[in-house]
Design a protein around this ligand. Sequence first.
Ligand code: NAP
Length: 295
Amino acid sequence: MTAVRIERLALIGLGLIGGSLSLALKSAGVVGEVVGYSRQLATRLRAQELGLIDRPADSVAEAVQGADLVFIATPVQAMGGVFAQMIETLAPDALITDGGSVKGAVVAAAQAAMPEGQWRQFVPGHPIAGTEHSGPDAAFATLYHGQRVILTPLPENDPTQVARVEAIWRVAGAVVEHMTVPHHDHVLAATSHLPHLAAFGLVNALARLEERYEVFRYAAGGFRDFTRIASSDPAMWRDICLANRAELVPMLDHYLAELQGLRRLMESADSDGLAQAFAEAKAVRDALYRPQSTH
Ligand code: NAP
């Protein structure tokens, strides 16, 4: 296995995803110095106070100077600007990776912003771990323990650089898998992006009811479970949905067709059809997760 040693980590984006990777690498003792940048001074100072970074930088260019690893953990729509700001100061042998939830748009942004010699240094990744909390205070060292990280290496990447990114995630406790960029965006539209849309949509639908106060007063565990992720950061999820809309819109249509099917079964009072649809869903979910009691 590749031994991991990072002399200087440049962390761009100092929230849950970036901060947690930094804490994990620091607690494993594999990183010399962490230099961090985010737009707001208050975020940088808080990240320093919490020990996510050792030193704040005033710009992306300053943060990446002298770094052997650059980890980008900003919202995905900001990444193009981040790539553009590092071209002057990035070391020729520096490794760049990211934690963005969408890969096609981020790879296109890297290729548009940087010369080929530099974007080849970018090994895209996506940790399948998170919470509905954001910002530096949300970061914790064990976020990635036992969680999957999907790398979507580019044909132009140096295989030793890909192996280094894998080794870094393993140090953070993650299980690493590979996918192509388009396959990642297709699968994640289904498993992550669509559920977030559904949760945001359900909360809004109920909030627009005249009797919403009463509805929410009697909302129980099922509503809470289903909608937990609607507490996620709105700007981050706007970025993700827009960046992956080519995959997400057809996935949403697929879900709407399923809901329409349920609607038809109820309209026609098709008891067997409804029971069968629910039984199919229960069998799939029970096979994925141990059944738990819900109320
Ligand atoms: P977060 O907690 O909100 O942190 C985002 C950080 O980026 C903040 O420090 C923010 O600080 C900074 N930032 C925003 N715009 C910036 C810009 N233009 N330039 C530099 N810094 C900027 O978000 P997160 O949950 O860590 O998510 C980060 C990335 O990970 C996103 O791409 C997301 O898709 C991905 N991801 C998230 C999850 C999840 O569950 N949260 C899971 C997997 C992957 P300032 O406001 O000071 O700029």
